[in-house]
Design a protein. Structure first.
Length: 132
């Protein structure tokens, strides 16, 4: 199976002594076979706006199983990453699915949900994903 870099034709480059830990993770995940990128890697790459045409469908499939999916940080972290990219061209291709996920999230909000995620979900549902 190809890597994200192979699938997209975009390279994040090789190792550099100036890379932060986050950049190192993004580079490592981008070079791994797509099937080997863990949910945490998908969340991180989406959060950085990397390879969205390939990472968003994976994230959406995970969220359709569990809208509060924990991708290694907290319950709902993957939803936050996805909704944070909702104004991108790639995300607008999935806007109907994102709307459904946001509505589902509003129906059953865990107590431990960070306030910034609550605000993001409310803003998204209020605008039906049309904010830019």
């Amino acid at each position: 199976m190809p890597s994200l870099e192979q699938m997209s034709g975009v390279s994040l480059g090789g190792h550099s002594t100036e890379d932060t830990a986050l950049i190192e993770k993004c580079k490592r995940y981008s070079k791994a076979e797509i099937a080997d990128v863990p949910p945490e890697g998908i969340r991180i790459l989406i959060g950085q706006g990397c390879f969205l045409s390939h990472t968003l469908p994976i994230a959406i499939a995970l969220l359709e199983e569990d809208v509060w999916f924990d991708a290694g940080f907290y319950k709902g972290d993957l939803l936050k990453a996805v909704l944070s990219q909702s104004a991108t061209v790639e995300a607008t291709k999935h806007i109907k699915q994102l709307n459904v996920l946001a509505v589902l999230a509003m129906r059953d909000i865990p107590r431990s949900t960070p306030s910034e995620l609550l605000i993001l979900i409310r803003e998204f549902t209020a605008t039906r994903g049309t904010r830019h």
